[in-house]
Design a protein around this ligand. Structure first.
Ligand SMILES: [Mg+2]
Length: 214
């Protein structure tokens, strides 16, 4: 099966819209979960870059500092329900739905790794039963990935091709720390405050994120 065939088959169970429209409170709760994941994701990315890709010296003291900064400081308040849009379009609702699904399933992959136990000096054994579980969970991630692509009118083969092109530019001779730092294929990224500020603006102020835009 190629990736576009998979995408078409996965769309068999993809619905056009929810049976009941989401209320404003429900949209705000879901958007808050997305914002929390974004915050945690930025922390995880920092660990990836500094611990795995060796961009910068990063020790336990830095880790504890960053964990401290991670205290939940996102407060979702639906302050002005009257002026908030009373509905999302079906497409936007389903994109939000599938993004939440993707984040939930990604967390299940993380949980699976934790369930099998990581121990220094002992390599994880992938027994047949474990292979089944990994196949199932990675499949769940693949389904939501395909669902978002379908809702946004993107083809899996185009997404995969663009990804490989990016990596060929970034790592012409395979992975190196130097190329990972240089990221020649990208403009300098916005910092987290800018990203969250934009997200807040996009949500028309319905989700208030402390420390952003104040
Ligand atoms: Mg799952």
């Amino acid at each position: 099966m190629n990736s576009n065939e998979y995408q078409n088959l996965a769309a068999r169970t993809l619905i056009d819209g929810p049976e009941q429209p989401l209320s404003v409170d429900e949209v705000v709760m879901l958007a808050t979960a997305l914002a929390l994941h974004a915050r945690l994701g930025a922390f995880t990315e920092k660990l990836k870059k500094n611990v795995l890709h060796r961009h910068q010296q990063y020790d336990v003291a830095d880790f504890l500092d960053d964990i401290g900064d991670l205290e939940v400081d996102l407060t979702a308040i639906c302050e002005d329900k009257a002026s908030a849009p009373s509905y999302l379009s079906d497409r936007d609702t389903m994109t939000l739905w599938n993004a939440i699904g993707l984040l939930g399933e990604s967390s299940e992959v993380a949980q699976l790794l934790l369930n099998y136990g990581l121990e220094p000096g002992r390599e994880l054994e992938i027994y047949p039963d474990a292979r089944k579980e990994w196949t199932k969970e990675l499949g769940d991630v693949a389904w939501y990935h395909a669902a978002i692509a379908t809702k946004l009118g993107l083809q899996m083969s185009d997404i995969q091709e663009a990804n490989i092109d990016k990596l060929k530019k970034r790592f012409p001779k395979g992975f190196t720390t130097e190329d990972s730092v240089a990221r020649v294929d990208v403009e300098p990224t916005k910092d987290l405050t800018q990203i969250l500020g934009q997200a807040q603006q996009d949500l028309a102020g319905r989700v208030r994120i402390e420390g952003v835009g104040e």
